[in-house]
Every structure is written in C-alpha cells, then in structure tokens.
Design a protein around this ligand. Structure first.
Ligand code: 6PG
Length: 242
C-alpha cells in the first residue's frame, strides 16, 4: 500500500504479540550479523504491552547481553517522573529483563535540554562510530501524526545535521528530546506500532499520497537503506482504503 508495508491485526494484543515476534527475529539476525543489537524505544502508552511481553514471555529468546538500549525520544523530566519514557520502559521491561545496566543508554531528561541533546549525540557517535545505524527503532504515532518528538510543522523536521535535538513543542508548551529524521531514517529496521480508533485519521493521512508530509511527521519516516513496517490494529486501520 503506497510503498509502506502494513499488517492489520484484530486488536492491540495481537499487534503487540506480532511486534514481539518481529523484535525477536530482528534481534537474532542483528546479533548473528553484527554481534550486537542496537535498539531504540519510544514512550507513550501503546507499547506498554509489547515491552511487558518482551520482558516476560519473550525474554528468554533475546540475548540481552548483546542488546544496547536507546530512546527515540524523552520528555524533559527526571527519570522517576510519571511522564518519563525511561520510567515507562523501566517499569515494563527493565525491571524484568536481564539487560546489563551498562547497555542502557537513556536520554537525560532532568538536564538542560540542549546539553542533554548534545551529550546524547556524542554518546551515539561514540557507540556507532559515526552516524547511528540502529538495528531496530520502535516508533508510535500520536493522533496528530507526530512520531518520536517530531511534531507537525516543527522546525525539527528540517534538521539535517544533528542526530539528537532538544525541540520546543508548542502544543505541549514543553521541551522534548528526540532523535532526528537523520538518525531514524538510517536504521536497518523501523516498526511502527499503532492502535486505537483515535489514530485512524492520522493513519489514513500517512497512507494518502496527497497529504503534506510536514503535517503528519510519521510520513517522513522512510529508511534509506532499511525496512519499514506498520503493525496496526483494526481500529486504527478503519479509515484506510481497501
Ligand atoms: C512519546 C512518544 C511518542 C508516542 C506517541 C504515541 O514520548 O510520547 O515517544 O512519539 O509514540 O505519542 O503515544 P501513545 O502510544 O500514548 O498514543
């Protein structure tokens, strides 16, 4: 469909299980090829079940010692704040999975945002020895079409040099830290997990060639040398053309 592969599952539970299976497969392939699995996760509520599955039922299928965990974006709050994406991943996944703490690379939401973004960029450059090539980035999409913390019409969408930036989000009246499209689109695999009827109009816009991509930033995610897959539930897909 419009060059963007999509799988439609009955509900969030089925979509999450499928995403967990894909995760395991991509982790295996990456470790076989590169001896490591470099992963970036998103926040929000949709992936809670997926992360819980990865930390429990699927955990023994993943070589956590060779997994390096990064974040696609973070809110500018301390790591124990209710809003923190680190906290969400900790509660659902890190508290269960035996991933070495030295393999967990969080964005420091409690610091000055510009400094935190620059530090994360330096960390990425050191880990990847240059431009990051994540094995897998798991993304979500807001009802307004934002992904990571790349919001509609934000100047952040035009960033071509930086790997990570601090960006002011007008509708939230808050700063966020986010990977840029430069980092995201260099990944080997990108999977979107999207569920719920409130996401249906944005999902239709992503798959509608005529929509201005700047109004739906998720549409700007197109790995240059990697695979993209949308894993969605039926409710989110309800407005897609047959
Ligand atoms: C964040 C995210 C963000 C998220 C979407 C969807 O920090 O908020 O990384 O991009 O994926 O907002 O969030 P929901 O799953 O809660 O709808």
């Amino acid at each position: 469909m419009n060059g963007r592969p999509i799988e439609i599952h009955p509900d969030l539970q089925a979509a999450s299980r499928r995403a967990a299976e894909l995760f395991v497969e991509i982790a295996r392939q990456s470790i076989k090829r590169d001896e490591r699995f470099d992963l970036a996760l998103s926040g929000g509520s949709t992936p809670r079940l997926l992360y819980t599955l990865l930390g429990s039922e699927f955990s023994s299928e993943i070589d956590w010692n060779r997994t390096h965990l990064f974040w696609a974006d973070e809110r500018c709050v301390p790591p124990d704040d209710e809003e923190s994406n680190y906290r969400m991943v900790h509660e659902t996944l890190l508290a269960r999975a035996p991933i070495p703490i030295s393999n967990v690379h969080r964005m420091r939401g409690e610091e000055d945002p510009n400094r935190a973004a620059a530090e994360y960029e330096a960390l990425l450059r050191a880990h990847f020895r240059g431009l990051p090539r994540f094995s897998l980035i798991l993304l979500g999409m807001g009802a307004d079409g934002h992904t990571a913390s790349l919001f509609p019409y934000s100047p952040a969408l035009d960033e071509r040099e930086r790997l990570t930036i601090a960006t002011y989000v007008e509708k939230l009246k808050a700063m966020r830290l986010t990977l840029t499209l430069r980092s995201i689109n260099n990944a080997a695999h990108v999977i979107f997990l999207v569920a719920g009827a409130e996401k249906a109009p944005a999902l239709r816009a992503v798959f509608d060639e005529k929509t201005d991509a700047r109004s739906i930033p998720a549409k700007l995610v197109a790995p240059t040398d990697g695979d993209l897959l949308w894993v969605v539930d039926r409710a989110a897909a309800s407005l897609l053309a047959e």
